[in-house]
Design a protein around this ligand. Structure first.
Ligand code: SF4
Length: 701
């Protein structure tokens, strides 16, 4: 810590971790980031959490990839078997020309020989421009829409419900609007660990007297600030939410004027809710009927109420139904479009909102414009100056793995994603990666997925690139390079352009600002937002004029649906795909921890964060541990129908009895070896939040 004279440079950019999008000033000395401080960004107002403050040193880790690599002809069979400190046993170093030619030739050969059987995973860790280029490369270069990214694993079901019922996939209000609310629901989210700076606003709201209703099977860190803590049974979201809405109808607490003015399908919704009395639903969701009634009265009686949700809502086979219920609850109480009201799915990765907006999804082009619409496709091919591509929706993340096993996908380009760790039933995903005839991986480390690559292209960390990024609040911000990529590593957009040229595409971008300018042509969300404005300050979309900083709250005067009305879509109770039984009697819930980010490739290489949480662990209620004959600190084996992992057990009263929580950042106890790949039929998101599991004391414990 020191004054500016102590540093060689100071650069303002954005945190690379969560969707809050905190702005940070980086202080650089002798080619290294020495120190950071939070600055006055619209989402963080100088605040930072432990990841933003201490999690930057991974970029200098000795495992950084610094040269392009090509798999050696005498390499052992593909598998999770490469030592990151000894990569040259499996790969040989190559020049950029050689590696790019090898990458492109392998993909082009499959394009010609097999009729397009190539798919791509882009990344929510890259910039908006890089996400846009990635989806363009797959669509223009291979003629289909088999392009997706990790939104499929986090909020795809929320997006499906929002598009269906509200007509827009983003939040209706920033999380900072909570300061104007008098009641807020936080359901299926754990902001103190996953969106820590947003959580500080939630805590301030509660301290000022706001009523914070927390609903989650785990009693998370917001519990002590909560006016109501509903620790409901895993998977019982729809029964609980329908019961709350039943009370609102039964007691006439709904906003008739709002419903008549701005919604449709209300009568069907009212009729549907008749069967969900709290007295009937209480046994299913595990919450007393009187508590459900009190929550209904509290939320419906609010002058201004907001609803926040996370992956506890979305990662179920009924994830879209869960979100439909939350949307209906906000609509029937008129809690949308005014200060202190709104629907806010807390987005996970730093740029999952922007990557989705930029079209990195198989059913939509940029700005959620359907690939099935001839006019939409032709608007893009006009700008791209290329021929038409398929009108068929592409395959999603989990479907692509299945398609590899079926022989329908034979090559992949994966940029900054790690499906060998992040996909459900990870053994199935790893077997799929091993089967690929040609796999190109572009990343900053030898990830578990890169173990299976034929060509590895060393790329840039967020702190090493120029590009825009969009946070959970719809705030578009400028990312600036704090330092150059190490060795011969390159910025991701440059690699994409070079690969596209070798695939025969007529691309001549020389700077991300040109990509941004192209994005603006067919993305109305970027109207009035220019690169020059973003260099000066963040802008929230939609921005109504070149001077408007953007709309924190939207849909005060109707919704972007054909008739301007939002829709009630009733949801019925669907049981989880895999219920506990005699062989697998407990429930496995997976998620994140404060200190580690997703598959751990960054945070486990960050000294401070790794020192805080160095070892894989799972959590169970003390009574569950006692029933299993296990002490905290013992090792346990978790077994599902898909595999077994061994992991240290912790005691945690926050989790319900008969449940076990396992973070998914640890390769040595990879949670996704265990998880169920069953999909929500609308969002195609896997059921990460509910698997039947058996827990036993490990034999050598
Ligand atoms: Fe980074 Fe999110 Fe923490 Fe802010 S809250 S510092 S964006 S991880």
């Amino acid at each position: 810590v020191g004054d500016s004279a102590d540093f060689d440079s100071e650069v303002d950019s954005v945190c690379p971790y969560c969707g809050v999008g905190c702005q940070i000033s980086f202080k650089v000395k002798d080619g290294k980031i020495k120190y950071v401080e939070g600055i006055d960004g619209p989402a963080n107002e100088n605040r930072l959490c432990v990841k933003g403050r201490f999690g930057f040193d991974y970029i200098q880790h000795p495992h950084r990839l610094k040269k392009p690599l090509i798999r050696r002809e005498d390499a052992p069979e593909k598998g999770l078997n490469v030592d990151p400190a000894n990569i040259l046993t499996h790969f040989r170093e190559a020049t950029w020309d050689e590696a790019l030619d090898a990458a492109a030739n392998g993909l082009a050969k499959l394009r010609e020989d097999t009729g397009r059987r190539v798919a791509g995973f882009g990344s929510a860790k890259c910039s908006n421009e890089e996400a846009y280029l990635f989806q363009k490369l797959i669509r223009q270069g291979f003629g289909h829409n088999n392009v997706d990214h990790c939104t499929r694993l986090c909020h795809a079901s929320s997006v499906a419900a929002l598009m269906e019922n509200v007509g827009s996939a983003a939040v209706t209000a920033t999380f900072n609007e909570i300061e104007n609310a008098d009641v807020a629901i936080a359901i299926g989210c754990n902001p103190t660990e996953n969106h820590p700076v947003a959580a500080t606003y939630f805590k301030q709201f509660a301290k000022r007297g706001g009523k914070l209703i927390v609903m989650d099977p785990r009693a998370n860190g917001l519990k002590r600030y909560a006016s109501h803590m509903l620790q409901f049974k895993p998977g019982a979201d729809v029964s609980m939410l329908n019961a709350i809405m039943h009370v609102i109808v039964e007691e006439g607490l709904y906003d008739e004027q709002y419903i008549q003015g701005y919604t449709e399908n209300w009568e069907a919704m009212k009729e549907h809710l008749k069967g969900f009395s709290p007295e009937k639903m209480s046994a299913i969701c595990g919450i007393d009927a009187e508590v459900l009634r009190d929550v209904a009265r509290t939320f419906a009686g609010a002058k201004a109420g907001m609803i926040f949700w996370g992956m506890g809502i979305s990662q179920h086979i009924h994830g879209t139904d869960n979100s439909r219920c939350l949307i209906s609850l906000a609509l029937m109480t008129g809690q949308v479009g005014r200060p202190g009201t709104g629907l806010h799915p807390l987005r996970g990765q730093n740029n999952v909102q922007g990557a989705s907006d930029a079209g990195l999804i198989p059913m939509f082009l940029p700005d959620y414009q359907p690939v099935t619409d001839d006019g939409v496709r032709s608007a893009f091919t006009d700008v791209w100056k290329s021929s038409d591509f398929s009108s068929e929706k592409g395959l999603t993340v989990v479907e692509i793995m299945d398609a590899i096993h079926a022989g329908d996908i034979r090559g992949m380009y994966i940029l900054g994603e790690n499906p060998a760790m992040s996909d459900p039933d990870a053994s199935h995903a790893r077997d799929a990666l091993a089967k690929l005839e040609h796999l190109v991986v572009q990343d900053i480390f030898l990830t578990e997925t890169a173990n299976y690559a034929d060509v590895i292209l060393p790329s840039s960390a967020w702190y090493e690139k120029t590009g825009t990024v969009t946070n959970t609040n719809r705030q578009v911000q400028m990312g600036r390079p704090v330092m150059p990529p190490p060795g011969e590593a390159k910025e991701d957009w440059w690699i994409e352009v070079e690969l596209a040229k070798r695939l025969g595409l007529d691309w001549d971008y020389t700077h991300p600002r040109q990509v941004f300018a192209e994005m603006k042509i067919n993305m109305k969300s970027l109207d009035n937002i220019t690169w020059e404005r973003l260099e000066r300050s963040a802008v929230t979309y939609p921005s109504l004029s070149p001077e408007d900083p953007g709309q924190a709250i939207v849909f005060g005067d109707g919704f972007p649906r054909a008739d301007g009305r939002a829709k009630f879509t009733p949801a019925s109770v669907i049981q989880p795909d895999e219920l506990p039984d005699a062989e697998y009697p407990m429930v496995l819930i997976t998620g994140r921890q404060l200190e580690h980010w997703h598959t751990g490739s960054m945070t486990r290489r960050s000294k401070v964060l790794d020192a805080m949480e160095p070892e894989a662990n799972c959590s169970m209620h003390p009574r569950t541990l006692r029933a299993l004959g296990v002490e905290a600190g013992d090792y346990v084996q978790l077994t599902t129908r898909r595999g077994t992992v061994s992991v240290m057990a912790r005691s945690d009263r926050a989790i319900g009895e008969g449940q076990v929580f396992l973070p998914f950042a640890y390769v040595e106890a990879a949670a996704n070896i265990l998880t169920n790949p069953a999909l929500d039929p609308f969002g195609k998101i896997p059921e990460f939040k509910f698997s039947a599991v058996r827990v036993e004391k490990a034999k050598d414990a």
